[in-house]
Design a protein around this ligand. Structure first.
Ligand SMILES: [Zn+2]
Length: 140
């Protein structure tokens, strides 16, 4: 995740069929205290926020996605303590994005059919060229 400039990762993205996520949105202290959650569940969600999202599982494509602005997520820590995390901003977006991964969804599933088709076209172009451009947007 850190090597790819990511701020979140879900176990299925690395081939593990577990309900586990890691989130680290603290840009000033990256790597010092990543939030690791097992069996995370969205307990409360309110408000709307639009965020430019990218994903480590989506090649060279970002898009604005509307999500809940404030969330309350419950889950378990790696040392088996029940935790509840309240989050806003990037952290709220990231938690929703990673929980989506656990349910087999990508941020692309929140986009219109037209935007998804634009991504498919872009992916075909990238496959033909064999190059991966870097747009600098952090992936989650
Ligand atoms: Zn992702």
């Amino acid at each position: 995740m850190y090597a790819a400039n990511g701020v979140g990762l879900a176990a299925p993205q690395v081939g593990l069929l577990e309900r586990a996520i890691v989130v680290d949105t603290d840009s000033e202290n990256r790597g010092l205290a990543p939030l690791c959650l097992l069996n995370p569940e969205l307990v409360e969600a309110e408000g709307d926020i639009t965020w430019e999202e990218g994903c480590l599982s989506v090649v060279d494509y970002t898009a604005e996605v509307q999500r809940s602005a404030r969330v309350l997520v419950s889950g378990w820590s790696v040392d088996q303590k029940e935790v509840r995390i309240e989050a806003t901003g990037l952290k709220a977006v990231c938690l929703q994005h990673e929980i989506d991964h656990l349910d087999g969804k990508l941020f692309l599933d929140h986009l219109s059919p037209l935007k998804r088709s634009l991504y498919r076209k872009r992916l075909k172009k990238i496959k033909r060229s064999g190059e991966l451009p870097d747009d600098g947007v952090p992936r989650i």
